[in-house]
Design a protein around this ligand. Structure first.
Ligand code: ATP
Length: 512
């Protein structure tokens, strides 16, 4: 199965089992907006809990807030979003499709790497055991040509983005002979800047004075509450403020399912530190966040750092944590050293002093900030795509299984009476009622037991509990494990402990 096929299946599976639906589907949908269904919302809540508890519960110097989506419009001038939250866009005149100019170039760069990999694979086949990859890379003329052109274009792109030179960006697209994937032509418009913020009106005034924005990030709600939290919480630097909430961006190119949405959710944490110490904290948070991802157990090779070529207007260091989705390595989380840009600007624009008095040094200063910013929806996509497996079984059959980390699984256990009579359903309900006090549990008595197991595998339920006639006699049940499909006989009284230990977040946290 190609990665593209896998991705299509994942999207279909997400819909079929109630994880994710296209928004407004009966009206033919709304582009790049999605709704979470009955299982999707459980998965998403569990991911948020994993993040929140790691950040706020396990770090004594981090607290959480929940700020409003609507904010004073001057905030977005101070933050730089009104002036600079733009993407460079370019249209193909034949297909009338719109693209991000930088993304077109990045896709072209990735293709060059694929070409090099293909050359290497071909040569390895030809030379067999004697193949020396390093030598081939440094001497093969074709590879050297591709590398030279790729590096030249990469350098030109970084320069054009840093200088905001839209003409130069367009020229790179022409020089690389990039064609529109739809029309196949090179009939491009000029490159223009496009602001990504959604506007709306507050109250009834008809003039422009009441224009406000839907927040494009949750971070600013944290910055403008810095003094409130620091004073009321008696917080001492270094300390952090965390928040989970919706953000809105009028993305030009919205594709790849929930990877790039126009309404999405972020989990952000701003960590306030002494000026001059920010790069040490930047390195610490890079490591801590990477560990958090890897603890999910999807394999370390699925993650990598990608340091930014073009730093945002506020940053003095920035990196992305990228995950290998079916469509390649892409950003799931950004870690940025934002300097004192935000607090400094809010001080300037609001006219209010935003400073911290450091008792240890006897100085007042505007703190520096390290930000960790992760998209909830991209995490959902990460977990879905890493967990999906069409597994070939020893008996030749196939089963579709979602290997969710148990702490994230939407349903923790299913209780299944072997048959619908003889008092088995009553005992099964009793077990479900006991377990549901702590966990999300399903009861299912329809179809054969095999079919019911498959249904639970397909939604990633870690445990199936089967109640049979023996259960009535000795109060034991069959406990089936999702991944190994092993079954064991256990006492009903032991179920809360066995399930509780396996699905607890503690299991993930002990790896951190
Ligand atoms: P990209 O380069 O992919 O547009 P970004 O660098 O603009 O992302 P940030 O501003 O750093 O993203 O936002 C932090 C996180 O928010 C991202 O790592 C991502 O997980 C998430 N995010 C950003 N934009 C979107 C979106 N349109 N849909 C879903 N998640 C998003």
């Amino acid at each position: 199965m190609t990665q593209e096929e896998l991705f299509k299946k994942l999207v279909a599976h997400s819909k079929e089992y109630g994880f994710i639906f296209p928004s407004s589907e009966i009206y033919d949908g709304l582009s790049a907006v999605y709704d979470y269904g009955q299982l999707g919302v459980e998965l998403k809540n569990n991911i948020k809990r994993y993040w929140w508890d790691f950040m706020v519960k396990l770090h004594e110097n981090i607290v959480g807030i929940d700020s409003a989506i609507f904010m004073h419009p001057r905030i977005w001038e101070a933050s730089g979003h009104v002036g600079a939250f733009n993407d460079p866009l370019i249209d193909n005149k034949d297909s009338k499709k719109r693209y991000r100019a930088d993304v077109l170039i990045e896709d072209w760069l990735a293709k060059q790497d694929e070409k090099i990999d293909k050359e290497i694979a071909k040569a390895r086949k030809r030379f067999g055991d004697n193949f020396d990859e390093e030598k081939f890379r440094t001497t093969n003329e074709r590879v050297l040509d591709i590398v030279k052109k790729r590096d030249e274009m990469h350098g030109r792109m970084v320069e054009a983005l840093n200088n905001n030179d839209l003409g130069a960006l367009r020229q790179i697209i022409l020089d690389c002979e990039i064609v529109c994937p739809i029309s196949g032509t090179r009939n491009w418009t000029e490159v223009r800047q496009f602001n990504l913020m959604f506007e709306t009106k507050l109250g009834a005034a008809a003039d422009g004075s009441n224009t406000i924005y839907l927040r494009p990030e949750t971070a600013q709600g944290i910055f403008v509450n810095f003094l409130n939290v620091q004073k009321t919480g008696r917080m001492k630097i270094p300390f952090g403020i965390a928040q989970i909430g919706k953000a809105f961006r009028n993305e030009i190119v919205a594709r790849q399912f929930i990877f790039r949405m126009r309404e999405f959710e972020q989990m952000e944490m701003q960590f306030f530190v002494r000026p001059g110490e920010e790069l040490k904290w930047f390195a610490d948070w890079k490591e801590a966040r990477m560990k958090w991802h890897r603890a999910l157990g999807f394999g370390d090779a699925k993650y990598r750092f990608h340091d930014h070529d073009k730093l945002a207007h506020y940053a003095n260091a920035a990196t992305d944590i990228e995950f290998e989705f079916p469509f390649g390595f892409k950003e799931v989380e950004g870690i940025h050293s934002r300097t004192d840009f935000d607090l400094g600007n809010h001080q300037k624009f609001s006219g209010k002093k935003i400073q911290y008095f450091d008792h240890e040094t006897g100085e007042s200063y505007v703190p520096y900030v390290i930000e960790t910013s992760i998209g909830v929806d991209r995490m959902v996509l990460q977990v879905l795509s890493a967990s999906y497996e069409e597994e070939k079984l020893e008996n030749g059959e196939e089963r579709l299984v979602m290997h969710f980390p148990p702490a994230l699984a939407p349903i923790k256990a299913a209780v299944l009476p072997l048959i619908k009579k003889d008092g088995l359903p009553e005992l099964a309900h009793e077990i479900k009622d006991m377990l549901k006090l702590d966990h999300t549990i399903q009861y299912d008595e329809k179809d054969s037991i095999g079919k019911r197991y498959r249904r639970q595998d397909a939604i990633g339920t870690p445990f199936c509990i089967t109640v049979d006639h023996q259960s009535l006699e000795d109060r034991t049940v069959t406990l089936r494990h999702r991944d190994s499909m092993e079954q064991e006989r256990v006492a009903i009284a032991d179920l809360p402990r066995i399930i509780g230990e396996e699905v607890s977040l503690r299991k993930l946290f002990t790896k951190l």
